[in-house]
Design a protein around this ligand. Structure first.
Ligand code: GYE
Length: 629
């Protein structure tokens, strides 16, 4: 008790001092709205915002402050970098000087601030990056929207709105420097370009402002009068468009679609309600999620992911009330037992066994009644399992799909039964994303794993002349197979001194890996410099087969795999496996947290991406005893 008193006393003393210094350096302190001092503050969160000019950035700070008020023991300090990188770096310094326990940052520039963010992260202060993902992974958590996806959603809606005959679209875009804007335009144009009978008239504004949009529409009234739809990728521009179209007397003819969908007066959702906007693609700001995860991080809870990609929704006059209700409904987890049906791929690898164990154990801790069905890598058996869960009437279905395609029909059956479906570990690709057949994906960034493997080879496996690669792939059509292969080839294409000489499927099994090497040696002398294996089990099988043919692993051929299981570490310590890219199977806690969030009515993100690293022989000894799988 004595210790806590002394800590509380020094915290209050420190805060008084901080408030004084902050006032001097332009930071604001987000305490209680009554200005009173919070009792029992245990953590201070520093927020470095890129600027307070853009509407959604102001909305983010407001949401962070509001969410912080809900909890007595955290305090928030915010700083406005006014769009200046140097000021933002100074702000971070100041915030650290005030003794923050966690930093939330929305960077002015995703390249210029990489080093500073890494420095803070390496110093042991957790860092949550909002909105603009910085390069690399030297931060604790990234939370943000998929802006390209948002543009695609708007484009898909307009294409459907115009139908077979197509039509004329006026596209408004702001200053080129807006990354959010250019990504939305990229997605929007990609979809419309697939539609030959839609013409686009592009109008460039200097600034992304209401007045600039108003003036542009008035100036371009001839073009607008011919248009069927006007598209603007932010609420602030859309309001200007609505006013101008009204003043031109075109509001019965021209429909307006935008992105942002903020919930304030005269903002996206409200304009749809007023009937002034035909649709908006609404995306949460992320303040709620940031404070939720900040509390988990400060509480040293397990299961904090690496990236949370927020879900964006199309809001039209048909679902605007329902969307508003969802936004305003408080999320309450009553702690009751949740019945879950889990369709697992199989038991093909050590990774899979660890994954199943982690899920079964976590279910007990989160009061989840889990019905797990193992499908031995058969899609047909997964269909059967999902249909049995629907008949059983479970609350939530979770699927780890053996392959990416062919799920639309059975997912529609679950949707018709009112049972939400979560994708765990692997993802599916569906015909029409707007059907929302799945609620969220929780798993790894397989593309990045493939990139990491080839970057390691580029930096560590060098010799004169070109080097041949044998790729041992997982089962055909599985998302880890397709995406690890794609990520690997993305970096390979930048490094012509390496080439893939041979590729074959080993289906993620030990025997499969052996078989690929055996088959190759039946028809070839060994002339491969590097093996890239999509998982450890296949790599370990390949190593045994190589040794059986007198070929020395890691000497005659360097071997890189994915998963980083304990068995892989043993092979690295033995000097046989060169490097293992981590893919974390211990996602039980994160998954159960997501299931409880979903069941309590929380809006689920598009993707929850797990935290992963890369290991090679130089680190194997230090980490082998820390491997949990
Ligand atoms: O890499 C492999 C397992 O889906 C990520 O499947 C998983 C993969 C993992 O068989 O070991």
């Amino acid at each position: 008790m004595v210790f806590i008193g002394r800590r509380l006393h020094s915290t209050i003393y420190l805060l008084t001092l901080v408030m004084l210094v902050m006032a001097l350096s332009g930071c604001t302190y987000g305490g209680r709205t009554d200005g009173g001092q919070k009792k029992g503050v245990s953590s201070i969160i520093g927020v470095s915002q890129a600027n307070m000019r853009e509407e959604w950035r102001v909305a983010l700070i407001d949401e962070l402050k509001k969410e912080t008020e809900r909890s007595e023991d955290i305090q928030i300090i915010t700083a406005d970098a006014t769009g200046d990188v140097d000021k933002q770096i100074q702000d971070i310094e100041n915030l650290i000087g005030y003794g923050i326990d966690l930093l939330i940052i929305s960077p002015c520039d995703e390249k210029e601030l990489v080093a500073k963010i890494k420095e803070v992260y390496d110093s042991g202060i957790p860092v949550i990056v909002m909105d603009r993902a910085v390069e690399g992974f030297d931060y604790t958590l990234y939370i943000g929207p998929d802006n390209e996806m948002i543009g695609q959603q708007a484009g898909t809606y307009i294409a459907e709105l115009l139908g077979q005959n197509g039509g004329n679209v006026v596209e408004l875009s702001g200053s080129q420097s807006s990354k959010q804007g250019s990504e939305r335009l990229l997605g929007f144009r990609k979809v419309l370009s697939e539609n030959g009978n839609i013409t686009i008239n592009r109008l460039h504004l200097g600034a992304e402002s209401k007045d600039a949009a108003y003036d542009m529409i008035m100036a371009a009234k001839g073009v607008v009068a011919q248009a069927d739809v006007v598209f603007a990728y932010s609420d602030i521009m859309a309001l200007g468009v609505c006013d101008a179209v009204r003043d031109l007397g075109l509001d019965d003819k021209v429909r307006i679609v935008d992105c942002d969908g903020f919930k304030g007066a005269d903002e996206g959702i409200d304009l749809v309600r007023q009937g002034r906007l035909t649709a908006t693609v609404s995306c949460p700001i992320g303040g709620k999620e940031a404070i939720d995860y900040a509390l988990s991080i400060l509480g040293h809870e397990s299961g904090v992911p690496k990236q949370v990609i927020l879900r964006s929704n199309l809001v039209t006059s048909e679902n605007v009330e329902e969307s508003l209700e969802k936004i305003n409904t408080a999320v309450v987890d009553d702690g009751s037992t949740i019945r879950v049906g889990y369709s697992q791929v199989g038991s093909e690898s050590n990774w899979r066994l660890a994954n199943t164990k982690s899920i079964e154990e976590a279910a007990k801790r989160f009061n989840i009644d889990l019905h797990m069905e193992i499908a031995d890598q058969s899609q047909e058996r997964q269909y059967e399992a999902i249909r049995s869960f629907i008949r059983e009437g479970v609350d939530v279905i979770v699927v780890s799909p053996v392959v990416e395609n062919g799920w639309d029909e059975v997912l529609r059956e679950a949707k018709r039964a009112g049972i939400p479906v979560i994708m765990s570990d692997r993802n599916v690709s569906v015909e029409n994303r707007e059907e929302n057949l799945t609620t969220t994906y929780l798993g790894a960034d397989f593309m990045e794993e493939g990139r990491r493997a080839m970057r390691w080879i580029r930096d560590n496996v060098k010799k004169d002349g070109r080097q041949s690669v044998m790729e041992i792939m997982g089962n055909e059509g599985a998302s880890p197979t397709e995406e690890r292969g794609k990520g690997f080839r993305e970096i390979l294409s930048e490094n012509p001194s390496y080439y893939i000489a041979y590729s074959d499927h080993g289906d993620f099994t030990y025997e499969g890996g052996r078989e690929v090497v055996r088959k190759y040696l039946e028809n070839n002398d060994w002339d491969i410099d590097i093996i890239f294996s999509h998982n450890d089990d296949m790599a370990l099988g390949a190593i045994e087969e190589l040794k059986a043919h007198g070929i020395k692993p890691d000497e005659d051929v360097r071997i890189v795999s994915v998963d980083a299981t304990k068995e892989a570490f043993k092979a690295m310590v033995r000097g046989e496996l060169s490097c293992a890219v981590e893919c974390n199977p211990i996602i039980g806690d994160q998954l159960m947290k997501a299931i409880r969030d979903l069941h309590s009515g929380k809006q689920m993100p598009f993707r929850i991406i797990t935290d992963e690293k890369i290991y090679d022989q130089s680190m194997a000894d230090d980490y082998i005893n820390k491997r949990m799988y």
